[in-house]
Design a protein around this ligand. Structure first.
Ligand SMILES: [Fe+2]
Length: 282
């Protein structure tokens, strides 16, 4: 089998205008019933970002506060058990305090995050310890090539592909579901099936889905060494876990989204014995 991609259907549009994608997975208790919300690439900035020709009614936003509050409203609406941020919080370093304040207002029993390339990049202007402290004070636990086990689920986060030193933590065989979080999907592309053995799903951001998606073709630019292989959606490569690549929330370089709305992904873990349709079996 060659690699292939599948685009998620929209599960709905949240009252904030952010599109909600969904993925259903079956597992036993205590993992069953757990709802995991993933969002990435907020890129808080001063400029205005426009969002055109998409299913989302959110046509444009400006300033950190507006999109930050939209994310907070979305988190409140979904009320997840685990909230995961996939990296690239700000594009302008001076916005870190405001961004951390917004992160602190997002409510979930467990909040996890990984660094994106922008967190590593902004270390030139702000020490890494200050950025790490900001996430910590906002209630987010950062994972640097590290794992946490919650409700029988292993969450492992790795460092960024371009600026960090990613090393995939070993899968814990006693857990019911094992989820790998990597800002850049290239980590998965470059890792061997042996390194990824035992993982059921990888959650990534970074590509922004291309931001500009041309009908029937999709992204032109993806910022990935694999170009279109991990551009967006549920990407499958033989021998490796499915890789979910989010289009994220914000924008970089071109302050525009075209047919690529800001989105969040809800992963619902349902009881193995229920009669629901699962996105894939683990
Ligand atoms: Fe990004």
């Amino acid at each position: 089998m060659m690699w292939r991609r599948q685009t998620y259907p929209a599960a709905g549009i949240l009252s904030s205008g952010i599109v909600l994608r969904s993925l259903n997975i079956a597992a036993e208790a205590p993992a069953a019933g757990c709802r995991i919300l993933f969002f990435s690439d907020t890129h808080f900035r001063f400029d205005k970002v426009s969002n055109t020709c998409s299913e989302s009614p959110l046509k444009a936003w400006s300033e950190t506060e507006e999109i930050g509050n939209a994310i907070i409203r979305s988190v409140d609406e979904i009320s997840p058990d685990v909230l995961i941020f996939g990296g690239d919080l700000v594009s302008h370093t001076t916005l870190y305090p405001a961004a951390f304040e917004l992160l602190s207002r997002m409510k979930a029993p467990l909040k996890l995050a990984v660094f994106g390339n922008w967190e590593w990049k902004t270390r030139k202007w702000l020490p890494s310890s200050v950025i790490e402290q900001g996430f910590k004070q906002a209630g987010f636990q950062l994972l640097f090539n590290d794992s946490i086990i919650y409700r029988g689920i292993q969450f492992s986060g790795v460092e960024d592909y371009r600026f960090g030193y990613p090393a995939i933590p070993e899968a814990e065989p006693k857990t019911l579901f094992r989820c790998l979080i990597s800002h850049n999907p290239d980590v998965i592309g470059k890792s061997s099936p042996e390194d990824l053995a035992g993982y059921h799903l990888a959650l990534c951001g970074h590509t922004h889905g291309g931001q500009i998606r041309i009908p029937l073709f999709g992204a032109v630019r993806t910022s990935s060494v694999f170009w279109k292989r991990f551009e967006y959606g549920l990407c499958r490569v033989p021998g490796k876990p499915p890789v979910s690549v989010s289009s994220g929330i914000g924008a970089t370089y071109i302050m525009k989204r075209f047919r690529c709305p800001p989105e969040m992904l809800l992963i619902s873990i349902q009881d193995k014995d229920s009669q629901k349709n699962y996105s894939y079996d683990i």
